[in-house]
Design a protein around this ligand. Structure first.
Ligand SMILES: [Zn+2]
Ligand SMILES: [Zn+2]
Length: 245
């Protein structure tokens, strides 16, 4: 309605009259640490801090566990070295992911960027790496119009001050069914060999790569991506997700 410039000029005025509404509950956002979560939802957001599962990042809730996998990924047999997640994808965390993934809610990325910057363990984890978004199949990309994992990887890169760049090294060469309704075994079969390096991409063995996705569910997709990077010669591969499903 206003055009880009118009919107930039008008937005601050609109906010005076119409405060932003919370992505989690729809209430007005006032005096909150986040731009798009109200104070209550901000409190409910479960930001993950160590100790956490080394594979998927799930918090250990004070359980004295070894450095190995939690029940979520006990059967994963990960091709990557380590995983971290920023928050749990339930309640407000789930709402943030959904807003970005299904509603083109790119505006929440400002909150994501700030959360990543404030979570010292997550930020340290992202340091000195190349961030590689999990790619969408071209058909899926056309359908959705954007790849949410790319947007997240860009936001995380900004959180590192640009020191860890985002590089689109992978492509999806197999159109896969949505993983949502598949069981663990079928998910694994579904994404096997679905990814490959993009043409002319260069993988450096000594470089730390971090695969970036919206949520960690069973880890099959991230694992298949890690396999493609590994085949291309990458020796140091980690994964980072926004939420843990
Ligand atoms: Zn709320
Ligand atoms: Zn785990």
């Amino acid at each position: 309605m206003f055009g880009t410039l118009g919107r930039q000029l008008v937005a601050p005025f609109l906010e005076v009259f119409f405060p932003r509404s919370c992505v989690g509950c729809g209430d007005a956002v006032e005096d909150s640490a986040h731009e798009h979560l109200c104070r209550n939802c901000s409190r409910e957001l479960f930001l993950v801090a160590p100790p956490n599962c080394r594979v998927c990042g799930y918090p250990f809730h004070g359980i004295l566990a070894g450095p190995q996998a939690c029940p979520h990924c006990a059967e994963l047999d990960p091709v990557f070295d380590e995983g971290k997640t920023l928050f749990l994808a339930k309640g407000p965390g789930r709402a943030l992911v959904h807003e970005l993934k299904y509603q083109s809610g790119f505006y929440i990325l400002r909150d994501i960027e700030r959360m990543a910057r404030d979570a010292q363990n997550y930020l340290d984890y992202l340091a000195d790496a190349v961030l590689v978004p999990v790619p969408l199949h071209p058909d899926k990309l056309r359908e959705r119009g954007y790849n949410q994992s790319e947007r997240i990887a860009d936001a995380l890169s900004r959180a590192t001050g640009g020191h860890s760049p985002c590089e689109r090294l992978l492509q999806r060469i197999k159109y896969t069914l949505t993983q949502t309704r598949l069981n663990r075994e079928d998910r694994h079969r579904n994404v096997k060999n679905a990814f490959a390096l993009v043409e002319d991409a260069v993988v450096i063995p000594d470089q730390q790569y971090i695969l970036v996705d919206d949520v960690f569910t069973t880890g099959s997709t991230l694992n298949a991506c890690a396999e493609a990077l590994r085949k291309a010669g990458a020796e140091h591969i980690k994964v980072a997700t926004l939420g843990h499903g």
